[in-house]
Design a protein around this ligand. Structure first.
Ligand code: 13P
Ligand code: SF4
Length: 347
């Protein structure tokens, strides 16, 4: 087996930012997308990390803005013939696996995820082969081929509960690919876990010293942290959770100000739900900073208005998601388990 890779070892370039549009161009694209959605009986399914104008358009057109779990459910249950998934590739693949009869389009098929890139299927399969006694639990942020090798798929909104459940059954776990989320779950549950060493380019950038300094400036602020962040950041959190759990925390906690350690795309929904509260980005700059992503996923940012219009207009190999049917059948099993488990949790 080749050495376990971390994203730091990977040789990939970040995508170029989509070109900026004038307000007039944006209005034209919005109008064009609305009529294309109707024409193709299509619905826009967007992640919380996409740009605010994409989330607003999904809401205006009866689509969905949510976390990756709800995106999967919404796409599966909606009666549109075409899903246009504004997110990253694994989200489009999940939609296709769950609804193979639907056309699944993405604004760009080049929207990657560092966790997916950092977990090549063959290396992962070799790793699993070395630990046949372990239950394989993979995060949704993986390719269809990695899911096909897993016993369970989870999203961050239910990973903790699932590992708790497996641990209570005496199962030992092989976890992939996010090492920080894995460590967080292991700390919380005490489960016997071995970890693939992947990381998210966005969350891995948050800096503890700069966060301590910011907290001194806003002592009244609550700190909200996504568990893909390093342990030192999680240790400072007043609430830790998936995107939807952090949004809920921002509504339920009494604080007026929040420092948020996740992708800044989430501020659109937080501010919409709590217009009188103040949301501040957790710092990615400071000592040791490289800030390649600066609290915004470079691949989520590829989901621009122009790309959505192109996908709906032309479809085809630039935009349509295909998953090998045999692989899809295999990947469907752990995905189905995930959906059934989350239904039990009422998430
Ligand atoms: P959610 O599962 O909370 O939507 O998060 C997905 C993701 O990519 C986090 O970085
Ligand atoms: Fe992947 Fe991180 Fe982007 Fe989420 S924010 S899609 S985990 S690279």
């Amino acid at each position: 087996m080749s050495a376990i890779q971390t994203f730091d070892n990977l040789d990939y370039a970040f995508p170029a930012k989509p070109k900026a549009l004038t307000e007039e161009q944006k209005a034209e694209y919005r109008a064009r997308i609305k009529s294309l959605l109707e024409k193709h009986n299509a619905v826009l399914v967007a992640h919380y990390y996409t740009d605010p104008e994409i989330q607003a358009l999904a809401e205006e057109t009866g689509g969905c803005v949510s976390d990756s779990l709800e995106m999967a459910r919404f796409g599966r249950d909606h009666d549109a013939e075409t899903l246009i998934v504004a997110g990253v590739r694994f989200m489009g693949e999940t939609a296709k696996i769950l609804t193979p009869h639907k056309t699944v389009l993405m604004p760009t098929l080049k929207a990657e995820c560092s966790l997916d890139l950092g977990c090549p299927p063959q290396d992962f399969s070799d790793f699993c082969d070395q630990h046949p006694d372990r239950t394989v639990v993979v995060y949704a942020n993986t390719s269809a081929a990695v899911k096909a090798r897993a016993d369970w798929v989870v999203t961050s909104s239910m990973a903790l509960e699932l590992v708790e459940h497996l641990d209570s059954q005496g199962e030992k776990i092989l976890w992939a690919p996010d090492r920080h989320l894995g460590n967080y779950i292991q700390n919380q549950t005490g489960a016997d876990m071995i970890m693939w060493q992947g990381a998210c380019v966005v969350h891995d950038e948050f800096k503890v010293k700069a966060l301590q300094d910011l907290k001194k400036v806003h002592p009244e602020a609550a700190i909200l942290v996504h568990p893909e962040s390093p342990q030192s950041i999680v240790a400072m959190a007043d609430a830790v959770g998936s995107t939807s759990q952090l949004i809920k925390a921002s509504q339920e906690m009494p604080n007026e100000t929040f420092i948020v350690a996740t992708d800044r795309g989430i501020f659109y929904k937080m501010q919409q739900l709590e217009p009188n509260k103040t949301f501040i980005e957790a710092p990615t700059a400071g000592e040791g900073a490289t800030c390649r992503s600066c609290a915004h996923c470079p691949w989520m940012a590829m989901n621009g208005l122009e790309a959505i219009a192109n996908a709906l207009e032309t479809g085809g190999e630039q935009h349509e998601i295909h998953v090998d049917p045999e692989l899809a059948e295999q990947a469907m099993k752990p995905l189905d388990r995930m959906l059934a488990f989350s239904a039990q949790l009422k998430r």
